[in-house]
Each structure stands twice: as structure tokens, then as C-alpha cells.
Design a protein around this ligand. Structure first.
Ligand code: PH2
Ligand code: MG
Ligand code: MG
Length: 178
């Protein structure tokens, strides 16, 4: 089975966000044609585009025997299984899975553009990717993730490491942390 390395971006801003992302990763790892190699930390990010709830974002490195279109199809299936309704473009969603890279392919069809057409402007994609592979090269421009981030001028896009709250049953309320 020929295997390509692919990089994905995951986002969630509806429901239990961290759980949605973990479930998406689990489902992806159960796909016959994909193996999840590494997942980045989760990041809390401000919405890019229009005003909506803040996102959790992460990046994945996978190996896949799927073609870009087969991979896209399996990602859509996982998004639906996690409760995503198709509707408003860029609207709130329990899970969004995007292909950023598929090997070193550059593809532009009506339904699929790889590398992802907007990733170079999105800190919520670049910072999780930086964590996985700072020296990874964008096949379209030859620039590394580190270089793309350095050249990006959008300090308003907030991306902060996410620390899940401790389970409330375990949190002890003391006068100091009230
Ligand atoms: N996804 C979008 C639109 N805006 N903003 C953040 N912070 N994270 C996302 O994943 C995101 C977004 C469309 O897919
Ligand atoms: Mg997206
Ligand atoms: Mg998408």
C-alpha cells in the first residue's frame, strides 16, 4: 500500500470542542486507509472571518493510502458523523477537517485545492503545524512553515495553547483561588 504523508488541520467551535477533536482523531485512526502519526497540542483561537464562538484548533500528521479525493471524502464522512450540518460557509461547526498538504502535490480542481488555499494566512493552522514540523516546506512556494509565519502580518489572530479545565469535581475551592 503506497503511503503519502499528509497534514490536516482540525477545528471545532460547537459543543464539547476538545472531545469533538479527540473523536475526530479516533475516527480517522480507524479508517482503513489512514494512520495518525502525530497530533499537535490543542490551541484556543479567535475566529477568523466573521464573529462566532472561539475555536479549538489542532494539526495532524498522517500516513495515507488515499488519494486526495478519497481522503477528502473520508474527512467529510467523519465531519458528518460528528454532527456537522452543511450550510453556512465558514459557520460554527462541531468539527472541520481540512487537508493542508498531501505529499508534495499541488492540485486545483473545483472541489479541492491543495495546499489549502488559505493556510498561509491563518495562524490557527500555522502554529499547530509549526509544533509538528517547523522545517516542513510548502510545496507551492518552497517556504518553510517557520518562514511563512515569520512573514505573516496578522498579530490580531489570537492563538493560545489550550489547557483543559480540571474536572470540576476535583477542583477544590479555597479562599485563594475563588
Ligand atoms: N475555520 C474557519 C473560519 N474561521 N477561525 C478559527 N480560529 N479556526 C478555524 O478553524 C476556522 C476559523 C473555516 O473553516
Ligand atoms: Mg476550514
Ligand atoms: Mg473544511
Amino acid at each position: 500500500m503506497p503511503r503519502e504523508t499528509a497534514y490536516l488541520s482540525i477545528g471545532s467551535n460547537q459543543g464539547r470542542r476538545a472531545q469533538n477533536i479527540r473523536r475526530a482523531i479516533l475516527r480517522l485512526s480507524q479508517e482503513p486507509g489512514t494512520r495518525v502519526e502525530r497530533a499537535s497540542s490543542f490551541y484556543e483561537t479567535s475566529p477568523v472571518g466573521f464573529r462566532q464562538a472561539p475555536f479549538l484548533n489542532a494539526a495532524l500528521k498522517i500516513k495515507t493510502a488515499y488519494t486526495p479525493n478519497q481522503l477528502l471524502k473520508s474527512l467529510k464522512k467523519i465531519e458528518s458523523a460528528l454532527g456537522r450540518k452543511r450550510g453556512l460557509r465558514w459557520g460554527p461547526r462541531p468539527a472541520d477537517l481540512d487537508v493542508i498538504f498531501h505529499g508534495r502535490r499541488c492540485i486545483e480542481t473545483r472541489t479541492l485545492v491543495i495546499p489549502h488555499p488559505r493556510f498561509r494566512f491563518r495562524r490557527f493552522v500555522l502554529i499547530p503545524l509549526l509544533e509538528l514540523s517547523p522545517g516542513l516546506k510548502d510545496p507551492a512556494t518552497g517556504k518553510t512553515i517557520r518562514q511563512i509565519l515569520r512573514d505573516l502580518t496578522s498579530p490580531d489572530q489570537r492563538v493560545k495553547l489550550y489547557h483543559p479545565a480540571k474536572r470540576s469535581s476535583r477542583r477544590r475551592v479555597t479562599p485563594k483561588n475563588l
